[in-house]
Design a protein. Structure first.
Length: 253
């Protein structure tokens, strides 16, 4: 019988390779896996924790998992370390804390492709479960940028044009180097870019700092879901930036 393995963040490549070798089932605990209210985590985490880690706890408490690998190093956050301890003390499941500092580049073809932004992030997050690079995609000229972590509410991604390039930690995800700060902080100053972070995430500080120093930026943070105000800000920013919906092939990052 195959075991169900939960992962949080991006475990080191050697762990993903071993899970795939044994043909076990991987469940990404950062993503909503259950139709349950997130407030069920209140007993274990304060509301000021980001929605991603609250989702991790919600999934862990209600999925029948055989093992959980949770990245607690610079590729994730200190709060993940605390969540690992909470899960260790609460669940009767082995919890392995990892510190992914892999630096071998696997490329960022999806981030620079002309796929719809929603499809980009679905492929990137799914790619965490594979030890292989992303499939090849032709690059497009960016007309907009999305910098940051994958949002818990993917619906906001539909507001962006297909010619949106992905930056920040999500680009690090595709490259399989979550602790690569140089790659995470990179953005194109010529491209109108939304700098996004989940509310209460430590990355809000970096998002705000980078947005303040970018000539064409919108800083945005959202909690569990993106409300009408957040959506209106994105739409207005893209409209005022004269963002076009299509890009040309073979252009810069």
């Amino acid at each position: 019988m195959k075991n169900k393995i939960g992962i949080v963040g991006i475990p080191p490549l050697k762990i993903i390779q071993e899970i795939r070798r044994t043909r076990n089932i991987i469940l990404d605990l950062d993503e909503p896996q259950l139709q349950l209210p997130i407030d069920l985590t209140a007993k274990h985490l304060p509301r000021v924790y980001c929605a991603i880690l609250r989702t991790v706890v919600l999934n862990s408490m209600h999925l029948k998992l055989d093992h959980i690998y949770i990245d607690v190093g610079p590729g994730k956050c200190d709060c993940a370390l605390h969540v690992a301890r909470i899960l260790t003390d609460t669940l009767g499941v082995p919890i392995t804390a990892t510190r992914n500092q892999d630096m071998e580049d696997f490329g960022t073809a999806i981030c620079k492709s002309s796929l719809p932004l929603l499809d980009k992030l679905l492929k990137i997050t799914k790619g965490v479960q594979s030890p292989k690079p992303s499939e090849s995609h032709a690059s497009c000229r960016p007309t907009a940028g999305f910098w940051g972590v994958p949002p818990r509410d993917f619906s906001i991604l539909s507001l962006f044009p297909d010619s949106t390039h992905v930056y920040g930690w999500t680009r690090c995800m595709e490259n399989k180097t979550p602790a690569n700060l140089a790659l995470e902080t990179y953005s194109n100053p010529d491209v109108p870019t939304v700098f996004f972070a989940q509310s209460f995430c430590a990355k809000t500080a970096l998002a705000k700092h980078l947005a303040d120093n970018h000539p064409k930026a919108l800083y945005l943070d959202c909690d569990v879901t993106a409300g009408s105000s957040a959506r209106a800000k994105i739409e207005a920013f893209l409209e005022l930036s004269d963002v076009h919906t299509q890009g040309n092939l073979h252009a810069a990052c």
